[in-house]
Design a protein around this ligand. Structure first.
Ligand SMILES: N[C@@H](CCC(=O)N[C@@H](CS)C(=O)NCC(=O)O)C(=O)O
Length: 229
């Protein structure tokens, strides 16, 4: 069966959606090939058949699945003989926690880089992004950019338990990476591909973890245009 994923596209072929990165890594973890259809915010008509207006959206034969968590659950059920994304029911329940908790980390990251994202979108997408994000944040993108440093303490507070875990094990899922790692990785990928801001520096356990994630699956994470290692 052929798998197709509709994923978000920025300028210069940047694949920057944190949710789409979760799906990319999940498919690679399962060893499944997929055809990727890059879509800008203003090109959602490409998947109008789906009655779903977000990315990632995946089709697999007759199945159409939207939402990165739903896709991960689908892949785990549809391809049980491939490497597991969750490692069983307990791991799935814990990954679900990560799926909700990640907003604690990604919220501050978005506040730090939202203007940078705007700057690296295709011009056709910028008016839509400005209108929707200024409404969401209740501030102009320029105001958000000028105050980006104010979100740093919230990012560091969210990063603290992640660093504490990495003092004991190389991945959030233990000795080997799995879906909870990919959830966190997506947030680092949007920053890495769309902003010059350094979220983590060498010497930080999170930097080393991110490097391990970037090396995975044939260095899939490095396949997008980005600012740095
Ligand atoms: N809960 C969804 C969220 C997906 C989502 O919000 N994707 C963004 C891209 S990062 C999107 O498609 N946004 C479309 C828009 O803002 O119009 C998931 O986990 O996949």
């Amino acid at each position: 069966m052929a798998i197709t994923v509709y994923e978000l596209l920025g300028a210069d072929d940047r694949r920057f959606s944190p949710y789409c990165w979760r799906t990319r890594m999940a498919l690679a973890h399962k060893g499944l090939d997929a055809a990727y259809v890059p879509c800008r915010f203003t090109e959602k008509d490409r998947f109008a058949f789906a009655d779903y207006d977000r990315m990632p959206l995946m089709t697999d034969g007759e199945s159409t699945v939207g939402d990165s968590w739903a896709i991960a659950c689908y892949l785990e059920e549809a391809y049980p003989d491939r490497p597991s994304l969750f490692g069983g029911a307990i791991g799935k329940a814990e990954a679900r926690f990560f799926n909700e908790w990640i907003a604690t980390l990604s919220g501050p990251v978005m506040r730090m880089i939202v203007k940078d994202i705007f700057d690296r979108l295709d011009a056709a997408d910028q008016p839509y992004f400005r209108a929707t994000r200024e409404k969401r944040f209740g501030a102009t993108l320029e105001e958000m950019g000028a105050r980006s440093h104010e979100a740093r303490p919230a990012f560091e507070a969210a990063a603290a338990p992640l660093r504490a875990v990495l003092a004991h094990q190389p991945f959030f899922c233990g000795e080997a990476p799995a879906y909870a790692d990919y959830i966190v990785f997506g947030t680092f990928q949007i920053a890495r591909s769309m902003s010059p801001l350094k979220l983590v520096e060498p010497g930080d356990a999170l930097y080393d973890w991110r490097r391990r994630l970037l090396d995975l699956h044939g260095a899939l994470g490095r396949s997008t245009n980005a600012y740095r290692e």
